[in-house]
Design a protein around this ligand. Sequence first.
Ligand SMILES: [Zn+2]
Length: 401
Amino acid sequence: MNLVDRFLKYVSFETTSYEDAECFPSSPKVFDLADHLVEEIKGIGLEDAMRDEYGYVYAHLPASPGVDAETIGLMAHMDTSSAVSGANIKPRILKYEGGDIQLNPSVVMKEADFPNLQYFVGDELIVTDGTTLLGADDKAGIAEIVTAVEYLLAHPEVKHGRLALCFNPEEETGRGTEHIDLKKFDPVFAYTLDGDRLGGIEYECFNGAGVKFKVNGINIHPGSAKNKMKNAVLMGTELIGMFPPAETPAHTEGYEGFYHIMGFEGDESSAKIGMIVRDHDRAKFEERKAFVRRVVDYMNAKYGEGTVELDMSDTYYNMRDILESRMDVVDRALDAMKSLGIEPFVTPIRGGTDGAGLTYMGVPTPNLSTGGQNYHGIMEFVSIDQMKKMVDVIVKLVSVE
Ligand SMILES: [Zn+2]
């Protein structure tokens, strides 16, 4: 099966993952794609391919005879975002010559709204019918890895070290490495193939913390409340107002961190506020958390001890802090791209990745492009030309001279 047919087969599986599900994986439908992948990669010659009870697919390609090199991991996720439907995807292949793309009679992808289309002029693209996402995030990554492995098996003259493959569920819910088994996925370093347009390399992400405030009010009949009532809604509003309005996701970019209020519910007696804190810089991240504590101290000094309860915990850290001691892993990817005439570009991720999780588990894991664009929406598309180049990049990346 070729790269495109493989990709189209993968997107025919509905693999939406769901944020608030308690179970793992969040939907059993991902098992169907996982089982298909096991059959397929066994078929091309990776005999140890298996799927575990959590939905992870693992397989290994032995090193070429006589090659002694560190095992390299290749990883991509099977699930898709719940932001838009991932069921009954109807992909369409077109040759892009520039301009707008009519997805269906009423939905147009406008060049003016998506200036990145300039990087795809002359390419064959796979687009949606304007009603679902495409699932290139991250089935393009899976198709590229499987195709690269198939190429290596067919070309024994291309020498390589041992490869460990992992296709995981739950990346979109932030739980992609929660049940990963590092005895089954056992590389020294790895790459996730989960980026956008060709040439992208990411090895810096946010440090992240989750914050929950509980505001305890005192409710009394409004007719006799003077000097007695402590309205939890008003106190919650006051607390939110203490965070700098310019330091929110809507007003920051690049390396700038933020406070993001994600929810506010309650009444006079009690209120709950959800927030996340993000910063690429670890010292600034710690300062932001210290500011959260100062806000709580202020509120409790003003309204009485116990008025605001704080529950704050770290969710992930910037993988750059670890990767700095293994920059050869990043350089290897930069060199592979350059040797194929691809101009690499490094961008900081304004979020976390499975690679960040893996890096902190001891497996340095930068993230590479796949050739897709406009993820988590109906405008998602992937370039067949860029996918083919990423297959070449993977082959180059794992080959030894
Ligand atoms: Zn992804």
